[in-house]
Write a protein that binds this ligand. Structure first.
Ligand code: SAH
Length: 351
């Protein structure tokens, strides 16, 4: 029999599961608290559960708990990058960032990614598999425990396309914001997508109060197609319609991410075009100087170009901020830590 993934279950489902094992329903509540509120690393920590019950659990349910393979901490701003090992030997990365408004964790939603965005390191080896809700949650839990501080914000902006793993993403958000668990406010959860239109529309109707971020990176289809292969599937007009629907249905302002690459999408004309595109969108633009990766030859826009780009947006009434680079000394964009780890492991195996 396949062992159940109890950390991905709602309290209701867990109650059903525990009852089937012949235990009283209140044991489910205790177990749920151990997993989601106290973020226990194993059954052994659950000291108020009878030993016989814990043994039954070990037999019938797997306990998803990530192993820290590597951790890098920035000497500049305390940013930490974690490389976590999954039970099947895959590795994923997550980031911890300290901001004035609270502690933030950036999680991965898939092992690898199949979206193929040109400047992104996460997609270089394609998609290996989706993460389970428990594997997404445990990135937040393990980091919270390791730092020993409250996590107040979670962004699904690490490796992977969250809307390519839709059902697990929704379950993850509900568990993460559940009042019986870690209870992170949905307002403090951000999901970033490269723009999968059907899922964006579905997401608008989920009744969630989270922030949606769209990876825009260009203000016209032609340029966008050069950077994001997904732009061949969905026209910008349709993507923007889906954004409008999200705002209308949820009342939540969107974030538009725009990575600036020198000579690719950073001209004044492109800033104008972006301002026109976003005129009625009630959104906010996050400008990210592109993080060059070894495998591709994108270069960062000059500081001055970035400032001019931002000023042009502001002049046209579009709110824009330049994303502060965190953890510069521990380096690397999305997916680079994992990529360098995999490459070094391959070298070891070849030797
Ligand atoms: N798949 C989702 C979330 C993961 S990427 C998405 O596409 O939104 C998070 C953000 O970082 C996206 O906007 C992505 O385009 C951007 N990004 C990835 N690699 C980057 C790099 N090397 N430099 C700058 N931005 C990058």
């Amino acid at each position: 029999m396949k062992r159940a993934d109890i950390k991905s279950m709602t309290l209701e489902e867990l109650t059903g599961f525990v009852t089937e094992l012949g235990e009283k329903p209140f044991r489910a509540k205790q177990l749920y608290q151990w997993m989601h509120e106290k973020q226990a690393g194993s059954y052994d920590e659950m000291t108020n559960l009878p030993k016989a019950f814990r043994e039954k659990l070990t037999e019938n349910a797997k306990y998803v708990s990530l192993k820290t393979v590597r951790m890098l901490e920035s000497g500049i701003d305390g940013t930490r990058k974690y490389l976590f090992g999954l039970s099947d030997g895959n590795v994923i990365e997550s980031v911890f960032m300290r901001y004035r408004h609270g502690n933030s964790v950036c999680i991965s939603s898939q092992v690898g990614c199949r979206m193929g965005c040109r400047f992104c390191a996460s997609t270089l080896d394609g998609l290996t598999r989706n993460l389970t809700p428990s594997e997404m949650l445990d990135q937040v839990y393990r980091i919270g425990r390791s730092v020993g501080e409250r996590i107040s914000n979670v962004v699904v902006m690490g490796s992977g396309e969250p809307f390519d793993n839709y059902d697990s993403l929704i379950r993850f958000i509900r568990l993460l914001s559940d009042e019986n668990g870690l209870h992170i406010s949905q307002r403090n959860i951000t999901v970033s997508t490269c723009g999968l239109v059907p899922q964006m529309r579905r997401f608008s109707g989920e009744g969630l109060a989270v922030t949606l971020a769209l990876s825009l990176h260009a203000a016209d289809d032609e340029t966008r197609k050069k950077l994001l292969p997904v732009a061949n599937r969905y026209k910008l007009d349709d993507v923007m319609d889906a954004c409008r629907e999200f705002y209308e249905k949820t009342g939540r302002r969107m974030t538009f991410e725009y990575s600036l690459a020198a000579g690719v999408n950073d001209s004044p004309a492109e800033a104008q075009k972006l301002a026109r595109l976003l005129r009625d969108m009630h959104g906010h633009v996050n400008l990210i100087p592109v993080n060059p990766i070894r495998e591709r030859d994108f270069r960062q826009s000059e500081r001055q170009t970035v400032d001019r780009f931002r000023e042009c947006l502001e002049r046209n009434g579009i709110n824009a901020t330049v994303r502060r680079e965190m953890g510069r000394d521990i380096g690397g964009a999305c997916g680079q830590l994992r990529k360098s780890y995999l490459t070094s492991e391959e070298r070891k195996n070849e030797a």
